[in-house]
Write a new protein. Structure first.
Length: 132
């Protein structure tokens, strides 16, 4: 039973990772928008050239005269960049942390439900006959 639980845990983890890869970009975009970042589409050759010089799917801190900004470039995904100030960046970090905690709680609940369904107890299916 322990081996089956370990296999199930590995399966859940692999499904979660593959799900993160497909839904990760959409989730990141929605979190950035909800945090106050502005989406700027690379719709001219000059903008495309600029966005391609930035590290993809990472934040870049840039000092400007009007204030510091954070830029998140995603040319391969949406062909755009998200630009926000310090408040938007802090809001994004808090939203992402809350989302990670919620995902960890959900995974823990699934693993606990699997462990609770282990009807064999400490002996597993090989309990002595007089226990039945």
């Amino acid at each position: 039973m322990i081996r089956q639980g370990m296999i199930l845990a590995a399966l859940v983890a692999s499904v979660a990772v593959s799900g993160c890869q497909t839904m990760g970009a959409q989730q990141t975009e929605s979190q950035l928008s909800a945090s106050g970042f502005t989406r700027l589409q690379a719709d001219t050759p000059h903008k495309v050239a600029n966005i391609q010089t930035l590290p993809q799917n990472q934040f870049v801190f840039v000092q400007r005269k009007k204030g510091n900004v954070y830029i998140y470039a995603d040319y391969a995904g949406c062909g755009c960049a998200y630009v926000g100030n310090e408040a938007a960046y802090q809001s994004y970090q808090a939203l992402r942390a809350a989302n990670n905690i919620a995902e960890m709680q959900q995974t823990t609940a699934m693993l606990n439900a699997d462990a609770a369904a282990d009807w064999g107890g400490a002996w597993g299916p090989y309990a002595p006959y007089y226990w039945y």
